[in-house]
Structures are given as C-alpha cells and as structure tokens.
Design a protein around this ligand. Structure first.
Ligand code: PLP
Length: 263
C-alpha cells in the first residue's frame, strides 16, 4: 500500500468528445500526479465541431456528488468549470464557502465555437456569489468582457481588467491574454493579487487544435495547489503544462481537435 496522493476535485461539465470539461480535468490531474475526483454539473453532446446539446443536472445531484466525495475522502483543491445556471452557481458557491480547500474558478461562458455554456442571467451570481469564493479566478478576454465590461486591447487594459475582476473578491485573478495581437505573437497572461503582478509569456503555437485549453490550465493550477504550492508557483507550472499540451494538440474529427495530455 502506498500513501494517497493529493486530492483534487473538478466541479464541471462533461464533454463527450473527451477534449474539455471533466475529461480534460481528470487527464490533467492524472498527468500531474494528483488523484482526480469529479462532480458533474452538466452533460454536453459535443465533438470537434461544437456543442450539439447541453443538459444541466439538478442542484440536488450536484450537492450529493460533492458531499459524497468530500465528506468521506476529503479534498485538497477544487476546480470549477461549467456551472450553466444561477441555481448551480449558487449551489457551488455555497459548497465552496464551507470548505477551507483552495478553489480555482474558471468562469466558463462561451466555447471556442461560440456555444453558450452559462446562462446570461447567471452572470450576476458568478460576480457576487462565486468569484468571492475563488482563490484564483481564470477568465479569458471574452469572459472578462462579459463579467466586467472591460474590453482588452493592450497590456494596460489587461491590468484594468484584472483589477475589475479582483474587485469581485477572488484572492488572485489570472487574466488570460491568449490571442491579444498587441503581444507580438506571444500569449501573455497576467496574474495578480493587487500587489504582486506576474506576466506569464509563452511562445504562441500555430496549432488550431486547442480545445480544452482553459479547462486544462485551471485543473493544472488546482493540481499544484493540492500539492501545497503557492498560487504563483502553481500558475507558472500550469502554464508550462498547458503550453506543452497545446503544442501537442492533434486533429480529430472535422473541426478543432483537443490538446494532448500525453506530451
Ligand atoms: N465543453 C465543456 C464541458 C467545457 O467545460 C468547456 C470549457 O470549459 C468547453 C466545452 C469549451 O472548451 P473550449 O472553449 O476549449 O472549446
């Protein structure tokens, strides 16, 4: 018998294509040496072409999965993904309020294909109930615009966006700059807690097979936190992991293929 590894829980949606959501989260956690556990919030019918359908689970089912896992086995870090509706955002925020484990909140709004993964009516609950519970919130530029109204076109805008996210109460904001043209071919993300500012730059790969990038990054951060790393260390190592996974992303089906966790 060996000792149990650190325990990491994803509270997120299922991607039937295996590229994003719960499936990406569990692959990431396995690759990074933590035990992955899952609370399914919604089921998507999905492939490389997009999301064909999304079905949200009842709040009661989400709560029961969470209690089953945490009350028996415990948890060292939580990651949240698709929460779909106000009811689920409020339920998960309540569960997070009652745990001392760090939480990485990926405020998923819209997929790369433009499919809505969160009801517009739930945005206010994300701002007021969920973000205050986050150790790290990881919005991309679209999510920043949705949540704060800040449109990012420069590094200065990224700083303003991060401040606007922090105003909702997470301890750290990681604003993912992704495709910001102003960065001259670099994918720059900004991590800040209001005092420390850390720019994370990685060479951009011209690989269109990037499905699951956001889920993978957030899970990798949660894995680092579960191992006891501090937030900057966990984010730096997670960025390195996702950069490798994007470089190794492969074609699948007729659309956007997944990042690869076996790189
Ligand atoms: N499907 C599920 C279940 C997800 O959780 C997410 C993102 O969090 C997506 C799809 C969107 O993934 P992407 O924008 O990388 O295509």
């Amino acid at each position: 018998m060996t000792d149990a590894p650190p325990l990491c829980l994803t509270v997120a949606g299922s991607d039937s294509g295996g590229g994003a959501g719960i499936q990406a989260d569990l692959k990431t956690m396995l690759a990074l040496g933590v035990h992955g556990m899952s609370v399914v919030t919604a089921v998507t019918a999905q492939n490389s072409l997009g999301v064909q359908g999304i079905w949200e689970l009842p709040a009661e089912a989400v709560k029961a999965q969470y209690r089953a896992v945490v009350d028996d086995m415990g948890v060292h870090a939580v990651k949240t993904g698709i929460l779909a509706s106000t009811a689920l955002v409020e339920t998960v925020a309540e569960l997070l309020a009652a745990t001392s484990a760090p939480a990485v909140v990926d405020p998923v709004g819209v997929s790369k294909h433009g499919d809505a993964l969160l009801a517009a009516s739930a945005l206010d609950a994300v701002r007021k109930e969920l973000l205050p519970r986050a150790t790290v919130a990881t919005p991309n530029l679209d999510e920043v615009a949705q949540l704060t109204g800040v449109i990012v076109e420069s590094e200065d805008d990224m700083r303003r966006a991060a401040d606007a996210v922090l105003a909702y109460g997470p301890q750290w904001a990681l604003v993912k700059g992704g495709h910001l043209a102003a960065h001259g071919g670099q994918a720059a993300d900004l991590l800040t807690d209001g005092d420390t500012q850390l720019w994370l730059r990685a060479p951009r790969h011209d690989n269109r097979h990037t499905h699951g990038t956001g889920c993978t990054l957030a899970s990798a951060i949660a894995a680092g936190l579960a191992k006891g790393q501090d937030v900057p260390q966990a984010v730096m190592e997670a960025k390195e992991y996702v950069t490798g996974a994007i470089a190794a992303g492969f074609a699948l089906g007729g659309g956007i293929g997944p990042v690869d966790h076996a790189w």
